[in-house]
Design a protein around this ligand. Structure first.
Ligand code: G1P
Length: 294
C-alpha cells in the first residue's frame, strides 16, 4: 500500500539575485503576484493536495518569510473593530497551525539537492513532496493534487513534466522517456541542464516532486553535478540505476517561471486578468496599448 503524502519541502534558500535590488531586503518568495506572495500560492497548492507538514529550507536573510506565516493579532483586531470582515477572512486563510511549519537553514548554497537533503531528518520514513515556489502553476485541479492522485496508482518517484522548446532544454532537468501512458511517462534517464543539442527529449522537469525517502539516501551516493552543485535530478536519477521506478507527470495547467522577470510579469498579468475586480480595467489598459512590432 502506498502511503499518503502529508509532508512537503519548500526549498527557499536562494538569494534571488535575478530580482536585485528588490531582494536586497525582501526574500523573493515574498514578492507578490497581484496581492499574494509567491509562497502563498505554493502553500495553497500544497494544502489542496493534502499536505499537513510544511518544511522550509531557508538561509540567512529570510526572516521576513518566517514573519509572514506568523499570526497578526493586532491587524486582526483592527480589522475586526472596523468591521472589515472580508479582509479578516482573507487574512485568516493565510494562518498556519502552530507546529505545522518547520524552518531549517541550509548554511551553504550547495544546490537544490543539498537543500532537500537538509530536511531528511524531518521527513523520516514517508513519501514527501517538494515544491519549488518559483514555478507557479495555474490549474483547475492544482498540479500537486493531480500528481498525488497519479502517484496513488504508480508509486515510485514522480516529477512534474512539461514540453519546452529545444532551445530551452539546457535550463532544466530533462527526462529520457521509456514509454508514455496518457499524462504519465515512464522515465529511463534524467539529465540536469544538458548542454545545448544533447537533451534526451524536450520534456522538462518542473518544480513539483513526489519522492520516497530512499531518494534522500541517494545523496550519499552521488557527487556534484551540473554547475558544481548537488542536484536533486541526480539523486532521483539514481533510483533508476538501483532498478526503481521514476515517472514524469505531464500536468494540466499553465506554468509560469517566476524565477525570471518576464515569467513573473506574465504571471502577474494572467492572475490579475483572472480576478473579477481587476479584469475589466486591466484588459482595457492592455487593449489600448499600441505596442510596436518587434
Ligand atoms: C530546478 C531543477 C531543474 C528543474 C527546474 C524547474 O532548476 O534543478 O531540474 O527543471 O528547477 O524550474 P533551477 O531552476 O533551480 O535552476
Amino acid at each position: 500500500m502506498k502511503r499518503k503524502v502529508t509532508k512537503a519541502i519548500f526549498p527557499v534558500a536562494g538569494l534571488g539575485t535575478r530580482f536585485l535590488p528588490a531582494t536586497k531586503s525582501v526574500p523573493k518568495e515574498i514578492m507578490t503576484l497581484v496581492d499574494r506572495p509567491l509562497i502563498q500560492y505554493a502553500i495553497d497548492e500544497a494544502r489542496a493536495a493534502g499536505i499537513e507538514d510544511f518544511i522550509f529550507v531557508t538561509s540567512r536573510g529570510k526572516s521576513a518569510l518566517e514573519d509572514y506565516f506568523d499570526l497578526a493579532p493586532d491587524l486582526e483586531a483592527a480589522l475586526e473593530s472596523s468591521g472589515k470582515t472580508d479582509l479578516l477572512r482573507l487574512l485568516r486563510t493565510t494562518n498556519m497551525e502552530s507546529g505545522a511549519i518547520a524552518y531549517l537553514r541550509q548554511h551553504k548554497p550547495l544546490g537544490l539537492g543539498h537543500a532537500v537533503s537538509c530536511a531528511a531528518k524531518l521527513i523520516g520514513d514517508e513519501p514527501f513532496a517538494v515544491i519549488l515556489p518559483d514555478d507557479v502553476i495555474a490549474a483547475d485541479t492544482p498540479c500537486l493534487q493531480q500528481m498525488v492522485e497519479a502517484y496513488a496508482e504508480t508509486g515510485g518517484a514522480m516529477v512534474a513534466a512539461m514540453q519546452v522548446t529545444p532551445e530551452k532544454t539546457s535550463s532544466y532537468g530533462v527526462l529520457d522517456i521509456a514509454s508514455e501512458d496518457g499524462p504519465i511517462v515512464r522515465v529511463k534517464g534524467m539529465v540536469e541542464k544538458p548542454a545545448p543539442g544533447t537533451a534526451p527529449s524536450n520534456l522538462a522537469v518542473i518544480g513539483r516532486y513526489i519522492l520516497t525517502p530512499r531518494v534522500l539516501q541517494n545523496f550519499e551516493k552521488i557527487t556534484k553535478g551540473a554547475g558544481g552543485e548537488i542536484q536533486l535530478t541526480d539523486a532521483i536519477a539514481h533510483e533508476l540505476t538501483e532498478g526503481r521506478d521514476v515517472f514524469g507527470y505531464q500536468f494540466s495547467g499553465e506554468r509560469y517561471d517566476c524565477g525570471s522577470k518576464a515569467g513573473f510579469l506574465q504571471a502577474t498579468v494572467a492572475f490579475a486578468l483572472g480576478r473579477d475586480e481587476l479584469r475589466d480595467e486591466l484588459a482595457a489598459y492592455l487593449r489600448q496599448l499600441d505596442l510596436p512590432a518587434t
